[in-house]
Structure formats: C-alpha cells, structure tokens
Ligand binder design. Sequence first.
Ligand code: PRX
Length: 631
Amino acid sequence: MVAYADFHRRSIEDRDAFWSEQAKLVEWETQPQQICDYSNPPFAKWFVGGKTNLCHNAVDRHLKDRADQAALIFVSTETNQEHTYSFRDLHAEVQRMAAILKDLGVTKGDRVLIYMPMIAEAAFAMLACARLGAIHSVVFGGFASHSLATRIEDASPKVIISADAGSRGGKGVPYKPLLDEAIKLSAHKPANVIMVDRKLAAFTPVAGRDVDYATERAKHMDTVVPCEWVESTHPSYTLYTSGTTGKPKGVQRDTGGYTVALASSIPHIYQGKPGGTFFCTSDIGWVVGHSYIIYGPLIGGMATIMYEGLPIRPDGGIWWSLVEKYKVNVMFSAPTAIRVLKKQDPALLTKYDLSSLQALFLAGEPLDEPTAKWISEGLNGKAIIDNYWQTETGWPILTICNGVEKAPSKFGSPGKAVYGYNVKLVDDQTGEELTGANQKGVLTIEGPLPPGNLQTIWGDDKRFVSTYWNTVPNKLVYSTFDWAVRDEDGYFFILGRTDDVINVAGHRLGTREIEESISSHPNIAEVAVVGVADQLKGQVAMAFAIAKDTSGLTDDAARKVLEAEVMKVVDSQLGAVARPSRVIFVTSLPKTRSGKLLRRAIQAVCEKRDPGDLTTIDDPTALQQIKDQIV
Ligand code: PRX
C-alpha cells in the first residue's frame, strides 16, 4: 500500500504523471495528447485530444466481461416493482432510448432536460444522452414549475424527458401539470416531450409535441445506436445549483475528466470492486445521484441500486433488507436519512445479514457526532465514512481514502484533502493562507481544479470566474464558500457556509430564491429567509415577512391564513422542498444603515445565539421583534 500523504503529494506535484495513470482506468477511442492544459486559468482542460464516451465506459465496455451481471437494480416500494437489468439489458434499453432521441433529431451538443422520478427509465435517459454526446440536465422531481421553467430557459433543451407522476408514501405526485406549466412560463419551448406513462396520473398529451415512450420504444427493440466518440472536454451534462442570487447556476461538467475522476474514486475512496453492488440512496436530481447512483458504480463495473421510496416504508428496515438481498458492499446516504432512521426501532439495524457491507458513506451536510455514533454502533462497528464535496466538484474534496491507505476517521471531520485537490484555508479578509492548526478560514482549492470538477457555468464564463475565483482578496483560488478549520493531524472540520446558501435535509437551497418566490405574493412587501439549525433536517428555512396590508393581520388565526398562502406560493413555484418551516410577520427587518439585510443576526437570534456586533444596525427594535416572536 502507498502512503496516502505521498499519493496526495504526487497528485499535486507530479500532476500530469499521476492523472495519466488514473486515465488508464478509462477506455479511450483516442488517447489524450496532453493531460492538463491550464494555460488559461482558472479554466482547466483535462485529457486534451482524448476522445471517449461516458456511456461506453459505464455500459458497453463491460459487455465483454460481465454482460450477464446485474448492472441496474430498480426497486420501488412505491409501486412494489423490483427489476434487475444486466449490463446486456441495460445496453439494449439505453440504445432504445437513444434511438427515440435520435428520431427526434437529438445530436451531439443538443440539450435534453430530464424531469423524472427515480425510475429505471431516468437512468436510460441519462445514459442515452451521454451515448449521443447530447448534454443532459436533470431537474430534481421535487422542484415545481417556476424552478423548472428557469432551468428550461437556461438549458434550452431540444427535448424533455418526463413521466406522468412520481410517488411518495404510496400516493401519486403528478409531474405533467408542473411540466406543462413550466413550458408555458419559459421563453424557450422544447420541440418534443417524451412521456413515460406509469399510469399513476392521467394526462392529456400535447398534440405534435408529446410522444409516448412505450410506443416509440416498441419501434426500436433491436435498433443499434453506436456511441458517439466525443472530445474529452465535450460537456457531458449541466446540473443546476443554488447560489447567492435568485438565478440558479448551471454547473457544466466535461466528459473525459469526469469519467477518470469517477473511475478513480470507486477503488480509492469507496473501495468498490467490479462485480460488487453499490447502493446510493440519493436522487438522480442531485449531484450525488449523478456520480454515485448512475455513472460511478457502472463505470466501476458494479451493480447499482436505484431506489424509489421512503427509508421507513414499509418499515425502517427496508434499506438493510436490500443490503442483505443484493449483497450490497458500498452504501452511500445522507446524515438526515440516518436521523430519520434513528427514530425507528434500532432492532431493524441488526435484523438483516449485513456481512457484505464494507462501509457506509455519508455526505451532503455535516455529520453530527451523535448520529455517527448511533449508526456506527447500530451497524456493529461498520466503518462510517463522511465525505465532503459540492455539486461543482462532482466527487469528494475531503474524506478518508481507505482504498489508498487505511486511516482512522475522526468524529465530526470528513477527513483530509482528497488526491487531486490542493486545498488551502485562507483568511477571508486578507487572502492570506492559514497554515497553523485550528485556525478558522475559508476552504479554498488552488487551480487547476482536478478532473471531474465544473468546467464553467453553462453559457456564462464570466459568472464562473466572478462567483468562484474572485472572492478571496489578492488570489485566484476557487472558493467553496465553506468555513473550516484543520487540526494538527490534517483533518478538516466544516463550520458552515460563508454565503446565503442553506442546507435542508441535505438539499442545497438559496435563500434568495425562496425570498423572491415569497415576494411574489401580492400582500408581501419584504422578506428575509434564513437557515435555522434543526435537529432532524440539519437546517430549516424560516421566513420573516412584512405584509403590505396589515389591517387584516390582527390575530394569530389571520396570520396563519397568510402564512399558509405564502407557503402555497413557494410550494407551487419552487416545490415543497423549499417551503419555509414558518413565515413570521414583522413590521421591520434588521438592516444596516446602508440597507443590507442582517441575515446572520436573524439566524443567530433564531438559534438563541449572540447576534454579534450590532453597531451598524439601523433599527434595533427589528431584531427584538424577531426575538419576541420565536420564543
Ligand atoms: O456546505 C457544504 C455542504 O453542502 C454543500 C454542497 O452541497 P451540494 O452542492 O448539494 O453537494 C453535495 C455533495 C455531497 C457544501 O458546500 N456539505 C456537503 N457535504 C458535507 C457538507 N458539510 C459538511 N460535511 C459534509 N460531509
């Protein structure tokens, strides 16, 4: 075994040699001519001159050795369906989907938006796009029409792939009305919509635009659609994520760098092996789903479980029963899910044979010590491994790379810098690097960002540079917008965001987007949304609003009515995922004399902490009002 410190050092100091070795984990149609072109910082180009295909590496390349092995295991406790697709089956299904897209005129570089629940067809859709060199943009099924419309407009897809409905707790959740409304709202109109009809919610197809997946699929049972070899730098997908403005950013990923990064992460980070089974409980609408439900495990020759349903239905043992049944080796989830399970009977953790399971990886939000301890003990001492990363990076920035060298985890810490990442803590005011132990700074990454990280923001190179690279004074470094400290052993501890992004149950949300949505209610004059610590969800959004007409808001009942109306607006525009837990009415909001909202002070008051220096506050009674209302 190589010492991890050496492995990491080599990835930075002898970057090209290191990554050219990792690139051997991937099949190339044309070998790269140059490993990394960083002649135009901060834009990095990886494996320049190389040609490959993401779908080839996830599916076709495995046909020679493992055609009959399980590739995609679809389990729905919502519709009680369970189906295993071998690599051969998956290859056939992906070609059928690709043939439908081709019939609709989709070619290399075209965008295809995917708005689907966790069903096997969503995986076929993503892989079919990659096969054709089309750029997919998956939108989380929990988002509603306004969120969807902004993404349709920005991605300008030729085709949208969707379904009649998702399902939650056994109840159908219609998608089609939200999609139709979003297309109406968007200035860009897709030429076609492919509809997967699960028969969960009746709908009327739009003539000339909507095509039925089952009908089209039947025409292409044996159609062969070869992989389109694309340049390593060709975009594979965009995925929208929240920032500090109301407009979501389309994180753009390349093809070659992403394939290499994932191929390398499977053995080195997740210790997955070809023939094994990976079970990631995220959703394809999030980055974790892209990297570790779909592409990563398949590239690594592993079977991947795609699970539609709740973690506690039919009971809190459902995930562990799947671990037993499918001999899962690697499991990946989020701390919130574990906190949900914590409320169930702990005996469910030991009811099933979990001997196949090597480790449980958790990511997306801080892993609190009680939760880590509970699950570690409940699973009889199985390794619980925290990993810290972002939509932008596509794979972990910090963790313990046990596949390189076994090392202990520390509770509360995601671990050390992952190979390829030149992580630096810097002072936010001076940009000075903080090298001492336990000094708090902003977690930054020195360029070039490693393979697999975002290339740019879709259609907006300027925003890419100004958002991520120009925030630290006197330095061109990538900011994660997270505060952190590093201890004397090199373990990092994440201390929360430096910006207005909040994390609700592992879902990343922008407070500005929620504020904009709330402000569209005719009786709202002004609003501030903050993330407040929550025992179950990590954080919840709380809104403090000023009503335009307060004459009706004389009692609690009246306020509750307006609160419910505001929540409905957010539900219908952004989706229930963004709904604030409370909307509290005030007559003024705490601001600086120059008019800047003091969100941090509001948050501190809500969390019963000291709001800090308030010398710049314009109207101190505003904060007092909030204090009075939240007790
Ligand atoms: O604040 C950090 C938090 O989630 C943000 C990224 O969220 P997202 O783009 O949705 O990507 C999630 C990919 C796993 C980060 O900036 N975050 C993510 N993982 C952790 C975390 N905070 C603490 N510990 C983690 N392991």
